[in-house]
Design a protein around this ligand. Structure first.
Ligand code: ZN
Length: 205
């Protein structure tokens, strides 16, 4: 049986996006409600309002629902093939120059880490993307597709297989937390199979 691990990052910094850059993202690729990458759109570079800081391998932003990753970290996760697992774009500093080691990225394969402790879920009324919240008792359900070894969960969490974890652990990454996820034989949150997207009944609401 394949083993799966969550890679969480609890750095003390988050990416603060320049407000104009955030508005431009919503005009071009981000959902105006949940700020995720819209289906069929291409990520475009974003500009930070302040210098990226901290030593963590990835971080989140409150303004856009994408991961901000160190390229060097994703290179290790993806064994040098970032394009195979992620859509990505440059991150610009406040001076408009791209960072060498920071990119925004959204995984080609999304997964939901589910939990039995206070689970709740909803769908974005604008783009239909699943939002799932839980406090603990984490598990995967159903069994992830066997040919994929890097999954994107939320900004701030990846799910990877054991060989990927071993690759990641050959380096020291500050603030990175790892925990194993079991595949549950049945959904312990009693929510059945959850589609990752549900088309809004009325997108103009
Ligand atoms: Zn949305």
């Amino acid at each position: 049986m394949k083993r799966y691990f969550a890679l969480d990052c609890r750095g003390e910094y988050h990416a603060e996006i320049d407000p104009e850059s955030q508005k431009a993202a919503v005009r071009s690729w981000a959902c105006s409600k949940c700020h995720r990458l819209l289906p069929g759109r291409k990520l475009k570079e974003v500009r930070l309002a302040h210098r990226a800081m901290g030593s963590q391998p990835f971080m989140v932003s409150f303004a856009l629902s994408v991961g901000f990753f160190r390229r060097s970290f994703l290179e290790v996760v993806c064994a040098g093939e970032i394009d195979r697992h992620f859509e990505w774009a440059n991150v610009l500093g406040p001076n408009g120059k791209p960072y060498r080691d920071w990119i925004i990225a959204v995984g080609h394969h999304r997964i939901i880490v589910r939990g039995s402790d206070l689970p709740s879920h909803s769908y974005c009324p604008q783009c239909g993307t699943l939002r799932y919240l839980t406090r603990g008792g984490f598990f995967l359900y159903p069994e992830p597709p066997p040919n994929i070894d890097v999954f994107d969960e939320t900004p701030g969490r990846l799910v990877v297989t054991h060989p990927v974890l071993q690759r990641v652990q050959q380096h020291k990454w500050p603030k990175l937390t790892v925990f194993e996820l079991g595949v549950a034989p049945k959904p312990l949150d009693k929510l059945g199979i959850l589609p990752l997207r549900r088309l809004p009944s009325n997108a103009n609401d």
